[in-house]
Design a protein around this ligand. Structure first.
Ligand code: TRP
Length: 477
């Protein structure tokens, strides 16, 4: 090894970077709309169960693997276990490429929403036409430009390294994000729909719960915590031995969950406060973050002129600290395995991923081929149609397909192998040492034994059961 491995510079460095990775569009854009589509309450409960039963143990497993191996996922599995496990790392790299390619497209919308809000704040609000968002999505060159801009900012930060790039950036991004979030929640309390929003979120009604909901909740637990593809293995590999993995994991999981729920409270409060918003949502809940919210800022809220632009800074910051971690997984692989410089690795990785982004950016109307693409063909009958239904929930277009397939299939499958590895391949001694839970007499702490039980049995059986049930076409309702 030529050089000492770069490390997080401060105690908070890892926690900030890792929670920056976790908190992102998953919390602000995706969770509010999937929880809405799945009728709130019951789905939220299932999701919280997935976070506790699967999310937390897998989070600890990934960090243990990374910090022990001190290298990126592909070589890490080989070093700690057997080279045949390297496929889990490769699967993660593939997931990272897929996720980042569509994530940058959506992240790019935050830039244009920000610009739009500034315009409204300066020269007065003029209500956009009903189909304005659709028209915006179908502008190919604009979409490509926004996506490329976001990818370039991400690459610039990643190219500057761990302590000097990622840590420095997240140290600014995360506190700003938290501050804005608190401001917005306080603002919601004063609106009339606040109570109904809470009821929708926390009052479960299982009669409305549907089959894909369980897999969606599980997939989202992985997505929102950045698990199942080795992002936390990579970040963990830069962590100092003196820090507590358990405490850091608990902090990341708690922060991510609180922010996801707060984002729902903010958005649902608006929807329930202004009845005309609800009919808007009916057409596409996906646009909640970018359509409903800006309208509300400028028509219904005194402070909207200020909160509007500020809010999209929040979205952009949250997205940026996540795209950084997605790119870092691929860059770390090139640095560790091919010994390339960080700058060269970043340039090659981001360029390669942007190639896939092109398909995603044009799949929202700009190209009708890309927008209606289905993996197993567009026929409505036969095996292809059945496979499209089972694996892609009948979604169409590259962005929707990448999103659905990576989150609902690749991350849970990756997570399954990661827990099996942590539970059954890593020695008890190794993981107990990393968690700092062995006494001088060799006895282990109860938290360690609980964790081991979860990664050996509960998490793999839970994930496996859901995957098998969904493949068999089980109806969960
Ligand atoms: N967790 C991020 C979000 O909620 C997305 C993300 C960043 C991610 N890095 C990841 C998802 C690694 C899976 C794996 O927006």
């Amino acid at each position: 090894m030529a050089q000492a491995r770069d490390q997080w510079g401060s105690r908070l460095g890892f926690v900030l970077a890792a929670s920056g990775s976790a908190v992102g569009l998953g919390n602000l854009w995706k969770f509010p709309y999937i929880a809405w589509d799945n009728h709130g309450g019951a789905f939220v409960l299932v999701y919280l169960a997935c976070i506790m039963v699967v999310g937390m143990p897998v989070m600890m497993s990934e960090i243990i693997i990374g910090r022990r191996a001190q290298t990126s996922p592909v070589p890490a599995f080989g070093e700690l276990g057997h080279p045949r496990w390297a496929f889990v790392g490769w699967l993660g790299v593939a997931s990272g490429i897929m996720i980042l390619s569509f994530y940058c497209v959506i992240a790019g919308w935050s830039i244009s929403s920000f610009v739009q809000c500034i315009k409204w704040s300066v020269s007065g609000y003029d209500a956009p036409a009903n189909d304005a968002f659709g028209i915006f999505l179908a502008k190919g060159p604009l979409q490509l430009f926004l996506t490329a801009t976001f990818m370039a900012i991400t690459a610039w930060i990643v190219s500057r390294g761990i302590s000097g790039g990622i840590e420095k950036a997240t140290k600014i991004l995360m506190p700003v994000l938290l501050g804005i979030m608190i401001l917005l929640v306080l603002n919601s309390v004063s609106l009339s729909g606040f109570g109904e929003a809470l009821r929708f979120l926390f009052n479960p009604d299982f009669s409305e719960f549907e089959r894909h909901g369980v897999l969606e909740a599980l997939g989202h637990a992985f997505f929102t915590l950045s698990l199942g593809m080795g992002a936390m293995i990579t970040y963990g590999s830069y962590m100092k031995k003196s820090e507590s993995i358990t405490k850091a994991s608990a902090a990341i999981v708690a922060l991510d969950t609180v922010i996801a729920l707060a984002a729902c409270v903010i958005m649902y409060t608006v929807i329930f406060s202004f009845p005309e918003m609800k009919s808007q949502i009916g057409r596409s809940s996906v646009g909640m973050l970018f359509v409903t919210l800006p309208q509300m800022f400028y028509t219904k809220m005194g402070l909207g002129v200020l909160l509007g632009p500020v809010f999209y800074i929040l979205v952009a910051f949250a997205a940026l600290s996540s795209t950084i971690s997605l790119l870092e997984v691929v860059v770390a692989l090139l640095v560790d395995k091919l010994n390339w410089t960080r700058v060269k690795s970043t340039a090659v990785a981001s360029g390669f991923i942007f190639f896939f982004s092109i398909f995603c950016a044009l799949s929202l109307g700009a190209s009708s081929w890309a927008s209606t693409f289905e993996f197993f063909g567009t026929s409505d009958t036969g095996l292809g149609a059945a496979l499209n239904n089972r694996f892609f929930a009948d979604k169409q277009g590259f962005l929707a397909l990448f999103d659905h397939f990576s989150a609902n299939w690749m991350l849970p499958v990756g997570g399954l192998f990661i827990t099996l590895f942590a539970g059954w391949v890593l020695s008890r001694k190794t993981s107990a040492e990393e968690l700092d839970m062995v006494g001088p007499d060799g006895s282990t702490h109860w938290i360690f034994r609980t964790w081991l039980f979860f990664v050996r049995f509960v998490a793999p059986l839970g994930i496996g059961w859901i995957i098998v049930r969904v493949i068999m076409g089980e109806d969960f309702s």
